[in-house]
Ligand binder design. Structure first.
Ligand code: ATR
Length: 278
């Protein structure tokens, strides 16, 4: 019997041990009977250059890239897609016959996930808390999705100002935690938490988000990490979602880039839910 050639997709990150991407992609490959395997590689910062060269040498189909390599990988690649240029970060690399092309599926994955919740972004106002790498991808997605206004709130105002300027949009208004932004968040349709630390309701956050009652509250974090963000949403009578949907849909888009096949979305969703429930 002729054996099919095994194709390998990798994940580069530090750490990678807790990533749910391997189970999500391997379950999808299996469900479609594709001869692919998805392998996490623990790549430390100083080894990123060698790891990228190994994509070509080992003829990997491609890799996903996660923290802390999403920005640093850019100069090591041959071509950067517009999606990644806009975000200043790559989360997916495709090996096109030795030419390494960097993409970013995070922003579009976020938009797909919000669409799944039945929210039409066109013409709405969105609040984004936090101005780091995750916020950049989300705001790029929101702008593509046709929002009317983005209210960006961050501890360090200068970072938020720089982010807004680099996205080249005049519909982003910037606030620090000290600024009075309660009026700016009223009438909002979507509130996104992109903070890298658990959201805590003490201080100014709680009071000033009460004007967002009724909006979809979307926390980019997922899993069992404690945060008051989704509890606050429930108290305000707002629908609340964690970041599992974004993880799913960035993976769905990466799957298509890796193997040119539509991803089995529900199979992948279930694999994530199962992995988190054990
Ligand atoms: P990610 O890639 O997950 O977006 P990041 O780029 O390090 O991570 O961004 C972290 C975000 O969480 C930033 O908005 C950061 O605020 P600053 O720009 O002021 O640093 C925010 N953040 C981190 N620790 C925080 C804290 N203790 N209180 C409030 N915001 C915090």
């Amino acid at each position: 019997m002729k054996r099919r050639e095994q194709k390998v997709v990798g994940l580069f990150g530090d750490p990678v041990r807790h990533s749910l991407s391997p189970v999500m992609h391997n379950t999808a490959f299996e469900a479609l009977g594709l001869p692919y395997v998805y392998v996490p590689f623990h790549v430390e910062e100083g080894d990123l250059g060698d790891a990228v060269m190994a994509i070509r040498a080992l003829k990997l189909v491609g890799v996903n890239v996660t923290v802390p390599h999403k920005e640093k990988v850019i100069p090591l690649l041959d071509r950067i897609d517009g999606s990644a240029l806009r975000c200043g970060a790559v989360n997916t690399v495709v090996n096109d016959g030795g030419v390494l092309v960097g993409y970013n599926t995070d922003g579009a994955g976020f938009i797909d996930s919000v669409g799944d919740e039945g929210l039409d972004l066109r013409g709405i106002k969105a609040v984004v808390m936090g101005a780091g790498g995750a916020a950049r991808a989300v705001i790029a997605g929101l702008l593509d999705g046709g929002v009317a206004e983005v209210v960006l709130i961050n501890r360090t105002k200068e970072k938020a100002v720089a982010l807004a300027a680099s996205l080249g949009s005049n519909i982003i208004s910037v606030f620090s935690l000290e600024d009075g932004y309660s009026r700016a968040v009223s009438g909002v349709g979507l509130v996104v938490n992109s903070l890298s630390v658990p959201f805590r309701r003490e201080g100014r956050w709680l009071a000033d988000l009460s004007g967002a009652a009724g909006a979809l509250f979307y926390d980019l974090r997922y899993g069992a990490m404690p945060s008051d963000f989704l509890d606050l949403a429930k108290e305000l009578g707002s629908p609340a979602r964690d970041g599992l949907g974004m993880l799913l849909y960035q993976g769905v888009r990466a799957f298509y880039l890796f193997c040119g096949r539509e991803a089995p979305v529900e199979v992948m969703r279930k694999s994530l839910e199962d992995a988190l429930s054990v």
